[in-house]
Write a protein that binds this ligand. Structure first.
Ligand code: FES
Length: 130
């Protein structure tokens, strides 16, 4: 004698069957993220920079007598790459935001300071972690 399965039980079975592949995919994504996503990019520059601003593609360095500050070159307005120095100010080429030597906006449209980056000095090289 055949046992009839009702619609509710059938849907439950389908959901359970779909759950396993979904869990497998999520587990795989999580492992890939652990393996590839946490890796930090490093930039190494010689520690013989002149005083003032230096722009090196993804980072902007500002060296004074007392300290070295390193910022992301990504503008905090809409993300353009800042590539110009005008005196003691950084200028974004897209909409003209200006930042001072502390990475703070002094002219809009940007309202947030540039992202400050961590660095260390190793073997006379500046190692910047993005
Ligand atoms: Fe820099 Fe708009 S992206 S000012």
């Amino acid at each position: 004698m055949k046992k009839k399965i009702n619609r509710k039980d059938f849907l439950k079975a389908i959901i359970y069957l779909m759950l396993f592949p979904l869990l497998w995919v999520l587990n795989r994504m999580f492992k890939d993220h652990q393996r590839f996503g946490v890796r930090q990019k490093e930039i190494r520059l010689k520690n013989n920079l002149p005083q003032g601003f230096s722009i090196s593609d993804e980072v902007i360095l500002h060296k004074s007598e007392k300290q070295l500050n390193i910022y992301s070159s990504k503008c905090t307005h809409l993300g353009c790459k800042i590539n110009r120095v005008d005196g003691e100010e950084l200028v974004c080429p897209c909409h003209g935001s200006r930042y001072n030597s502390l990475g703070e906006p002094i002219k809009g449209p940007s309202l947030k300071a540039l992202k400050k980056l961590d660095y260390s000095i190793e073997n006379n090289e500046i190692v910047i972690r993005l």
